[in-house]
Design a protein around this ligand. Structure first.
Ligand SMILES: *[C@@H]1O[C@H](CO)[C@@H](O)[C@H](O)[C@H]1NC(C)=O
Ligand SMILES: *[C@@H]1O[C@H](CO)[C@@H](O)[C@H](O)[C@H]1NC(C)=O
Ligand SMILES: *[C@@H]1O[C@H](CO)[C@@H](O)[C@H](O)[C@H]1NC(C)=O
Ligand SMILES: *[C@@H]1O[C@H](CO)[C@@H](O)[C@H](O)[C@H]1NC(C)=O
Length: 493
């Protein structure tokens, strides 16, 4: 009896240790700006099967929130920037938001909401101070509303900030401080977060460092060594992620908040839409990052690694491409939950694709073999297709870049046809330039994919109960196997 008791305690102890050691857990961002979003139930199942236990939403989308109910996934739910002014100026608006978008989903739907993200990168210099006055009051009002709703302990308000809220004049992390134009505001916000036991949330994008500066040393963006490290006194930085993170820690230390908890709200690498955006580099970055976090050694200035939310879970073909063509290709998965590249999330566990996705017919709209590529009306037709559908894969250095006019036209026509749900007449928009084919136009060995869209027909219920149990059994086997290995190791020690 007592043996069994102590064995159980021992197991709990070890399992607790596992949680600390491995299941730092992995988070991801789930955006829904897509013409054909996956059904929320499929997305939640996708996250569960891949061991993603935290999710960040950009708004309290009711369907996403409902699907997350009782899923065991922790949620950070966002308030879009355009709601900040209203919430900043009205305590009531803040209370309403908390009541409808936090209390309701928490108590009625069992959504495990842990954080409210007030705004999204509101201090980006490109916003020209549009949200500078409203962000902090909105944060204060949401925090007060959470406390009033009795959620002050369980749900924390934070603000996901772009990494350009801090900088280093000399380029070394130890010289880090907050950007001068928002220095005092940042200190006030950090003090407020700290007083409320809330974390600071920062988005870090090595890809954008590389995108913005053609002289940026490519290897320094990754985690496998570089010929151009940053030497900061006795510390050497071999990757920009650590250097950037420690620049933040220095900024916090200088202002008296060196130990505030930090969350990485977004980090990732796109796979298309730029010469540096492809599956090889995305895999190299994300795998490097995951391994780096799983090592558990943190950075020179902060030995405990932060919680990380990958950007992003799935591609979104309706996002604004103002930042660049890559903006629609940040997903670890394609728009339909298929796998882009192998990734080992935790200890050899490979990615699993989404299950139960229903597609439109396997047919494509392509340029007719009889049509003339020199026809002066063709460019205008391609342009029409690309105005309504996503052609960001056609650009220079992208997955469908470098094709001839015929390839371009076929790609554009098909994207339009699919985006229009293969609707009757949508391929005919291109007159005798186009035909429908049942042969996948994809050229063997080419990276260019001719998609068939998800069937989002309203009458169809895309649900797939019962896909869960297999995964769970496998998980149990794997985790029990791991426990056994640990026990053996402990005895050996
Ligand atoms: C809840 O969040 C949604 C999505 O962001 C928003 O449209 C809605 O206005 C919010 N509800 C309240 C009462 O603010
Ligand atoms: C993961 O995939 C790789 C191939 O990409 C394979 O060699 C390996 O065995 C897989 N691991 C597991 C745990 O299935
Ligand atoms: C194909 O389309 C891309 C993107 O619009 C363009 O840059 C390229 O010049 C086109 N190629 C041809 C041969 O027209
Ligand atoms: C395509 O259709 C137009 C009229 O819509 C016609 O003038 C043209 O000759 C046709 N071209 C071919 C190759 O059939």
């Amino acid at each position: 009896m007592s043996f069994r008791y102590s064995f159980t305690v021992f197991l709990f102890f070890i399992l607790g240790g596992c949680e600390q050691l491995l299941v730092n857990g992995l988070g991801c961002n789930w955006g829904i700006q897509a013409t054909h979003p996956l059904s929320p139930d499929i997305v939640v199942q996708l996250m569960k099967e891949n061991g993603i236990d935290k999710v960040k939403l950009f708004e309290a989308d009711p369907r996403a929130m409902q699907a997350l109910g009782r899923s065991g996934i922790q949620v950070m739910v966002g308030i879009p920037n355009d709601m900040l002014a209203g919430i900043a100026s009205s305590v009531r608006a803040a209370e309403e938001w908390v009541s409808r978008n936090v209390s309701y989903f928490l108590s009625t739907r069992g959504v495990d909401i842990r954080y409210v993200a007030v705004g999204n990168e509101p201090f980006l210099t490109t916003y020209n101070n549009r949200f500078t006055q409203t962000t902090f009051p909105a944060l204060q009002n949401i925090q007060a509303a959470l406390i009033k709703a009795g959620l002050g302990r369980d749900v924390k308000a934070t603000v996901p900030l772009n990494a350009d809220v801090y900088q280093s004049d000399t380029g070394v992390p130890s010289a880090g401080n907050f950007r001068s134009d928002i220095h005092d505001l940042m200190v006030s916000i950090v003090k407020f977060l700290n007083d409320n036991g809330a974390p600071l949330t920062i988005n870090i994008y090595p890809f954008l460092s590389l995108y913005a500066d053609p002289h940026f040393p490519v290897d320094f963006a990754f985690f496998d060594g570089t010929a151009s490290p940053v030497v900061d006194g006795s510390t050497t930085y071999n990757n920009v992620f650590d250097a950037n993170y420690d620049t933040l820690i220095s900024a916090l230390e200088k202002n008296g908040y060196g130990s505030i908890p930090i969350i990485i709200g977004e980090v990732g690498w796109p796979t298309d839409g730029d010469t540096n955006a492809n599956t090889q580099l995305a895999r190299r970055f994300n795998q490097g990052l995951i391994n780096h976090i799983n090592q558990g050694t943190g950075t020179p200035k902060r030995p405990t690694p932060p919680d990380v939310y990958l950007f992003s879970l799935i591609d979104e073909d309706a996002k604004s491409i103002e930042p660049g063509n890559f903006e629609r290709h940040w997903g670890v998965f394609y728009f339909d939950g298929t796998i882009k590249y192998p990734l080992s999330l935790e200890h050899g566990r490979n990615l699993t694709a989404a299950k139960g996705v229903r597609y439109l017919q396997r047919q494509w709209c392509v340029m007719s073999p009889d049509a003339n590529v020199m026809d002066p009306n063709l460019p205008e037709r391609i342009n029409f297709a690309c105005t309504y559908a996503d052609c960001t894969s056609l650009g220079y250095g992208s997955s469908c870049g470098g094709m001839d006019v015929r390839g371009n036209a076929s790609y554009a026509f098909n994207m339009y046809y699919q985006t229009m749900n293969q609707r009757r007449g949508s391929c005919e928009e291109f007159g005798n330039f186009s035909i429908i084919t049942r042969i996948d136009p994809r050229v063997q060995g080419s990276s260019c994919r001719y998609e068939v869209m998800i069937d989002n027909g309203r009458h169809e219920r895309v649900r797939n109960p019962g896909t869960n149990s297999g995964g769970n059994i496998l998980c149990s086997i794997v985790s029990w196997g791991f426990v056994l290995v640990l026990i053996v190791c402990c005895y050996l020690i």
